[in-house]
Design a protein around this ligand. Structure first.
Ligand SMILES: Nc1nc2c(ncn2[C@@H]2O[C@H](COP(=O)(O)OP(=O)(O)OP(=O)(O)O)[C@@H](O)[C@H]2O)c(=O)[nH]1
Ligand SMILES: [Mg+2]
Length: 431
C-alpha cells in the first residue's frame, strides 16, 4: 500500500524565535501537506522543552502519534530533523517520516514543469541529500559487500553515495549553466529594448498569479494552494497610457524556505530581483501579513538587494481587500507600508490605482523631453514611438515637424542624443 494520508506535527521549540503563534505554524504546515494532495488526518502542536538528540520529540508524544499512525501514513514534522532523528522516528513509528525541508522539496518536485525548474529542484534535492550524508557520517557507516557495481569491495557505501551525488550535482550544474546562458541572452535583449520589467513577488498564496492574469489576460494557474506557481512566466502588457512593460509572475516565498532551494533557484530568483521594479503583493487578509512580508524581504535581501535598494525599487500592493471589512484590522500593515495600493484581484477593485502607481514609479526614473522632429526624419520619429513613452504629439501648422512630449530612460535619452544630435541643439527643453 502506498501513502494515502498524513499526520502533521508542529514541535514548538523553545529556541525558535518565531513570532508566529504555533497554531498558525501548524495550519501552514497542514496546507503544505495538502499541496501535495495528501489528506491530513491529524494535526498536532507539541511543546518540546528539551529536544532529544535521538528523536527530537519525547517518548510520550511518539506513543501518541503511534496511536493514529499506520504504514499508509506519512508523518510530517514541521521542523528540521537530523538524519538520525528521522531514521529513529521511522523505526519507532513504522512509517515514513519527513521534515519541513523535505516536504517543501517534495512540493517543488511535483510542480516543476520546465527544464530549468526541474533541474533546479533536482539540484536542491541532491544538495539536501548530500548534506545529510555528511552529517550522518558516523551513523550511516555501512559496508558494501564485495562485487558491488559501484566500486571496489570494502569501500564505504557512504563514500560511494557521496561521490555519486557529487557527480550528479556537477552534471546538473553544467546543464543549468547552459539554460541560464540562454535566459541571460533573453534578458539582455529585453534590456536592450529598454522595456521595463516588473516582477510580482510575495508570500505564497498572496494572489500574485491572479493579479498577473488580471493584468495580462494570461491564464497562469492560480489556486488556493501553497506553491501553485513554480516556474516563472513573463508577459508583455500595456499600461493604460499605452506604455509597454513586461510583467513577471514567479514562485512565492515562505518562512524557513530551505536554503538548498534558495541556492538552487538563485538564477531564477536573481532574475526577479534584477527587474526594474518589484511589485510586492501582500495577502492583506492574512493574520500573519506582517510576518509574511518580513520573510519575503529577507529572501530578497539574501539575493543581494539590501533594504535601501529594495525600498527604492518596490511598490507594495495589499491584495484580497474584498475580505477586509474593517480597515482597522490592517492598521499594522498600513503603518509599515503607507504608500501601498489596495486592490482585490478577485473583484478587480483598485486596479486603476495600481496602474497609476506603476506609471508614477516608472516616471521617477525617466526624463521628459519636449522635442521637435522634422517630418523627413521618419526613423527618429519611429524610434521615439518604439522606445519612448509618448505623452503628447503635435504637428506644426506647416506640417514640417512634429513635436513630441516624450518620456525616455536615461540610457535611451543618451542613445537618441548620439544618433540625432542635431535635434538637441537649442531644442532641448526639460518639461
Ligand atoms: N478573496 C480573494 N481571493 C483572492 C484574491 N486574489 C487571489 N485570491 C485567491 O487566493 C488564492 C491564491 O491565489 P494565487 O494567485 O494562486 O496566489 P499566488 O500568490 O500566485 O500563490 P503561489 O503561486 O502559490 O505562490 C486563489 O484561491 C485565489 O483565487 C483576492 O483579491 N480576493
Ligand atoms: Mg502563483
Amino acid at each position: 500500500m502506498g501513502i494515502s494520508r498524513a499526520i502533521v506535527v508542529h514541535p514548538e521549540l523553545r529556541m525558535d524565535m518565531s513570532t508566529r503563534p504555533p497554531e498558525m505554524m501548524l495550519a501552514e504546515a497542514v496546507r503544505l501537506v495538502e499541496a501535495i494532495g495528501l489528506p491530513v488526518d491529524h494535526a498536532m502542536n507539541i511543546r518540546v522543552n528539551t529536544p532529544r538528540a535521538a528523536t527530537l520529540i519525547g517518548e510520550g508524544v511518539i506513543d501518541n502519534i503511534a496511536l493514529h499512525a499506520d504504514e499508509d501514513c506519512l508523518i510530517v514534522i514541521n521542523a528540521s530533523l537530523s538524519p538520525v532523528q528521522q531514521r529513529n522516528l521511522e523505526q519507532k513509528l513504522s512509517c515514513k517520516v519527513i521534515d519541513r525541508t523535505a516536504l517543501i522539496l517534495e512540493i517543488f518536485g511535483e510542480r516543476a514543469s520546465t527544464s530549468a525548474g526541474r533541474l533546479q529542484v533536482e539540484l536542491a534535492a541532491l544538495t539536501f541529500q548530500r548534506s545529510r550524508l555528511v552529517r550522518s557520517w558516523t551513523h550511516l557507516e555501512r559496508q558494501r559487500g564485495g562485487g558491488g557495481f559501484l566500486g571496489g569491495p570494502g569501500e564505504r557505501q557512504i563514500e560511494l553515495d557521496r561521490r555519486m551525488l557529487d557527480d550528479q550535482i556537477l552534471r546538473i550544474k553544467a546543464e543549468l549553466k547552459e539554460v541560464e546562458r540562454t535566459r541571460h541572452i533573453q534578458r539582455q535583449n529585453r534590456q536592450r529594448n529598454e522595456t521595463p520589467t516588473l516582477a510580482l513577488v510575495g508570500y505564497t498564496n498572496a494572489g500574485k498569479s491572479t493579479l498577473f492574469n488580471l493584468l495580462t489576460g494570461a491564464e497562469v494557474l492560480s489556486k488556493d494552494m501553497l506553491f501553485a506557481t513554480l516556474d516563472p512566466t513573463m508577459r508583455g502588457l500595456r499600461l493604460s497610457s499605452g506604455r509597454p512593460v513586461v510583467l513577471a509572475d514567479t514562485v512565492g516565498f515562505i518562512s524557513h524556505l530551505p536554503t538548498e532551494l534558495v541556492e538552487a533557484f538563485k538564477s531564477t530568483l536573481e532574475e526577479v530581483v534584477e527587474a526594474d521594479m518589484l511589485i510586492h503583493v501582500h495577502d492583506a487578509s492574512s493574520p500573519m501579513a506582517l510576518e509574511e512580508a518580513e520573510d519575503v524581504e529577507q529572501v530578497i535581501s539574501s539575493l543581494g538587494l539590501d533594504e535601501e535598494e529594495q525600498a527604492r525599487r518596490t511598490i507594495h500592493v495589499f491584495n484580497k481587500m474584498d475580505k477586509i471589512k474593517d480597515k482597522g484590522a490592517i492598521s499594522g500593515l498600513c503603518q509599515r507600508y503607507p504608500d501601498a495600493v489596495m486592490v482585490s484581484a478577485l473583484t478587480h477593485s483598485g486596479c486603476e490605482d495600481l496602474n497609476d502607481s506603476i506609471e508614477k514609479f516608472l516616471a521617477r526614473t525617466e526624463t521628459t523631453l519636449n522635442i521637435a522632429v522634422p517630418f523627413h526624419l521618419g526613423d527618429a520619429r519611429a524610434w521615439l514611438h518604439e522606445h519612448g513613452h509618448i505623452l503628447k504629439t503635435q504637428k506644426n501648422e506647416e506640417a514640417t515637424e512634429e513635436r513630441f512630449l516624450v518620456m525616455l530612460s536615461e540610457a535611451n535619452k543618451a542613445r537618441f542624443l548620439s544618433r540625432w544630435p542635431e535635434l538637441f541643439e537649442n531644442r532641448l527643453a526639460k518639461h
